[in-house]
Design a protein around this ligand. Structure first.
Ligand code: AMP
Length: 278
């Protein structure tokens, strides 16, 4: 596996790759099967796959969250090598933000008034800055993102459309532990007790789906699930919403494709998950 730490060297190498398809998987490291699944899909669909590991400080609205964020680069490198990743881009903050490559911005007003955008002010601005720079350096034909970060996928799709990047965004299903917990780098910092309670998050989503299919109203489902979350002493609710699957707006009819989205704090660690209801 090639490892690049310098932006200019990466750009130079990439410019020489002609007539082959390039896949790209941006990550913040502390890799797990959810990340590796994206890389495996990219390896299948492209001639050459880049992965980046960059813990982007600009997308952390909470400094403590950034400090607590797990890091294990040696292990990440071994994992990526073991599945045949072609190249890893491992830049420092300066290589991303003080290089010749400029970030792009898009209008995030609508996204910032709901869900992750509302709860984590400045988060998506940070994501868009880093991802637009990474896209310009790697110039992939396809970029792979996990549906676990549902709103993020929608916003990246908007970035590509608004800026006219010739990149196909491929959204990939959420990979779960056997007990249903969505894999996340943050799971590594859960206490053993918290880890035991964490599968409840997916159980609430499954329950919401079951209720939706038995004809219960969105209000009824929300009230039931929110009550159950509030009854669990280790959990603190951030939001539980049922939204339109395309633009995450409020549901107006049962004809709409819908998704249930949840964010909770479990012993102080913020976890998110979602499930498509239809
Ligand atoms: P992160 O390192 O958290 O920035 O995640 C990098 C990419 O991996 C993002 O596109 C995430 O949505 C995706 N990802 C993280 N966890 C999972 C998971 N459990 N299943 C599928 N994709 C995931």
């Amino acid at each position: 596996m090639l490892i690049f730490k310098k932006t200019n060297e990466t750009i130079e190498f990439r410019r020489q790759q002609m007539n082959i398809s390039i896949g790209f998987v941006p990550t913040m490291g502390a890799l797990h099967e959810g990340h590796l699944n994206l890389v495996k899909i990219s390896l299948k669909e492209n001639d050459f796959t880049y992965v980046s590991i960059f813990v982007n400080p600009l997308q952390f609205n909470d400094k403590k969250d950034l400090e607590k964020y797990p890091k294990n680069t040696d292990r990440d490198i071994k994992l990526l090598e073991s599945i045949g990743t072609n190249a890893l881009f491992l830049p420092s903050f300066e290589e991303v933000y003080n290089s010749s490559v400029q970030y792009d911005e898009i209008n995030l007003d609508d996204w910032n008034s709901i869900l992750e955008g509302q709860k984590r002010q400045g988060h998506f601005e940070g994501v868009i800055k880093a991802v637009s720079i990474l896209f310009k350096i790697i110039m992939p034909h396809r970029a792979y993102f996990g549906l676990k970060d549902y709103q993020q996928v929608k916003i990246i799709e908007q970035l590509v459309i608004d800026k006219g990047y010739p990149i196909e965004i491929v959204s990939c299903s959420t990979v779960r532990e056997q007990d249903g917990l969505a894999m996340s780098s943050r799971n590594a910092v859960l206490s053993p007790d918290a880890k035991k309670s964490a599968p409840k998050i997916y159980q609430w989503l499954l329950k919401a789906k079951k209720m939706y299919h038995s004809g219960r109203s969105v209000e009824e489902i929300k009230a039931t699930i929110i009550r159950e979350i509030n009854d669990e002493k280790h959990f603190q609710l951030d939001y539980f919403e049922i939204r339109d699957a395309h633009d995450l707006s409020e549901i107006k009819s049962r004809e709409q494709k819908t998704v249930a989205l949840i964010a909770v704090f479990l012993d102080g660690i913020r976890l998110i998950d979602n499930i498509e209801l239809t």
